[in-house]
Design a protein around this ligand. Sequence first.
Ligand code: C5P
Length: 401
Amino acid sequence: MLNGKRILLIISGGIAAYKSLDLIRRLKERGANVRCVLTAGGAQFVTPLSVAALSEEAVYQDLFSLKDESEMGHIRLSREADLLVIAPASADLMAKMAAGLADDLASTLLLATDKPVLFAPAMNTRMWEHPATQRNVRTLLDDGLTAIGPGQGDLACGEVGAGRMSEPLEIVAACENLLGGEMPLRGRRAIVTSGPTYEAIDPVRYLANRSSGKQGHAIAGALASLGAEVVLVAGPNNLADPGGVTVRDIESAAQMLAACEASLPADIAVCAAAVADWRVAGEAEQKMKKDGSGQPPALALVENPDILKTLSQLNGNRPSLVVGFAAETEKVVDHAKSKRQRKGCDWMVANDVGAGTGVMGGDENTVHLITAQGIEDWPTMAKDAVAAALAKRIADHFGSE
Ligand code: C5P
């Protein structure tokens, strides 16, 4: 798909720039012609010599270079590409692009281009989560650019969180999608639930669980990157909103169900949230007080609506593919199989969340996909990779309809 395609790779400043050297190789292996632009920051992390040697092309760095401008003007540089890729995309370069600044070669090319642009953010997690960066990313997405990543995990700065540049092969796949026009879920609507729910006891206290929302958020992002129009109904979490997704923040199970119902119709529903099974009957209007008797108050619980079951059993506007998650600590597949039947969903993704697996809150997951046709055991993968594989599986399902 990339054979003969011309890719202009802009490498901006960030430790992830070392992965861009591998990206050049991966793109060239697939027959692409890769021309590179290094920003001043990018050149602090990788040398023009390595970039030139791997790309087998001249490297462009300077907006006001008489030599470069006479041989290859900056407008031509951007117009002669089929696709512009920014990897890593630094917070600074994204801010410049969002503001329409053109004060160096990379930002000028990006303003002058009439070609699709893919950007792979990479930075410290606080920089990524900063409202200014999030605002800039939304602006770039609204301007029609495509984002890939960032992923979660250990960052070079020693912190853990969102900010890792997507892996070279993931970026290659995104290039193939953009250039091949392969958006197999374009025109499909998806609802994804993610995170825990909070069930109020009184105005200051609540019942909750340890779900981080990482898996659900990653699934929402993966479906969007295949072209689906995604509504992510998210319980309280500390994650950045995935790119290109409409997020509805809720707290309780009842609010989650209402937000899902308000997002119908949909072709796909993926219920990855860890919904609280019970809520407190008769939430107190005022903060509950100790009454001096030494007796704790009796908290009566009532069952919450089952969102997965409700969506699976809708009449008329049932999503044509409903996927549930079964987090189990024993007899993982057996329990998930009966859960699939009981809830009436089409697929069940079963995972072992027993003590010691580190799945709850962790970055990896080992899952089994249970469908009417049988059981697939997937290898242990990063949650992002599970999300990408599930999204691909969903796309294949609709492709074979
Ligand atoms: O019954 P259990 O909670 O183990 O089922 C897990 C699946 O059901 C998950 O997909 C979860 O999102 C969904 N679920 C739901 N509403 C509930 C409880 C679970 O959507 N009230």
